[in-house]
Design a binder for this molecule. Sequence first.
Ligand SMILES: [Fe+2]
Length: 404
Amino acid sequence: MNKRRECIMSSTPLFPIFYRTAELYMPGKIVFGLNSLERLPKEVHFLGGTSRALILTDKPVRSTGTPEKALELLKKEGFETKVYDDLEPEPRIEIVEKAASFAKSFDPEVIIGIGGGSVMDSTKLVAASFTNPGSLKDYVGPNLLKRRGRPTICIPTTAGTGSEVTQYAVFTIDGKKKTCASPYIIPDVALIDPMLTLTLPPPVTAGCGLDALSHAIESLISTEATPITDELAYLATRLIFNYLKRAYYKPNDVEARYYMSMAATIAGIPLCNARMVVGHSISQTIGPMYKISHGISCAITLPYIMKFYAPVVSEKLAQIAVVIGEDVSQLSLKEAALISAVSVKRLLEEVGIPSSLKSYGVPKDMLPKLAEDSITNFPRPNSPIELNKDNVLKILEWMYEGEI
Ligand SMILES: [Fe+2]
């Protein structure tokens, strides 16, 4: 199973030639470093800002003091700056529209989102509303935006969603999650300061970290994966297995926070480019219905979708086992692939996340409806196994019992 290492030694290519043309979307700039928040005024200048900048956030993040610190840094450089903190988790479209009206009345040159995935997603939409007329509802779906919006800087305060580097913005219409997907909303600058994550409570650390792991692993499974997204996904997976437990049990461990922030941003790039498979369909179905956070609903899906896809992507899943340090030297590819699913399930339990669906109060007789909703509302043409109600129901039954 040390095939990759042998390849390096023998100068054989690490992976076969990829005959499709690969494209890769990323932010214009990624700024990553401890205390890199201090660089904010420089990045606003970099995007052409000379006088006015708007900070978007929510009240819980505002209470940490980070938006105020950003405000002071910008004021010191002579920027007229306002903080708008009326955003919300899983934002309703009306709330994003309200933020957009506020932003237009202030007319900032640069828009800065400071917060978790929901704040960053809202920021991306607010920026787009400056140059894309009509209601934001008109842009639900893939590639409907016509042009880039105001320049944006996204500053994550969690380590997981990867929104700072993606082309997605998720929001809620009539209680249902909807996604706007467009390269035009990839932030111009992703500014990642791992120090901002030191105050995250352990359950949030676990949920967000496992969301990032699901981005890495689901992207590997996707038919839209490329050699570039694969290598980034393996790297993120290795970092998460090395550092998530440390960040969970010792929140002030700067080294663990540093690598978890890095893993989340790295995993965001394959999320943006290779897209997700059935794990995120199930997660986006059960999450809002049973009030399970996005990260946790992705986490509890992950071991079982790995088992589901193992027959068609056994080499990649076996490689995950190698990357995270499992001894698979005596195992077949299929066995090694299953070991990686077992390792993910164990990681969930080690960071306090029950890994069976019945632990979350989901009634067993709802599983057929959940299967149906998952494939109807969140189809995945990039799934290497065609999804139907029966096979998604099978995954849900494994999840329910916690059966690998
Ligand atoms: Fe996610």
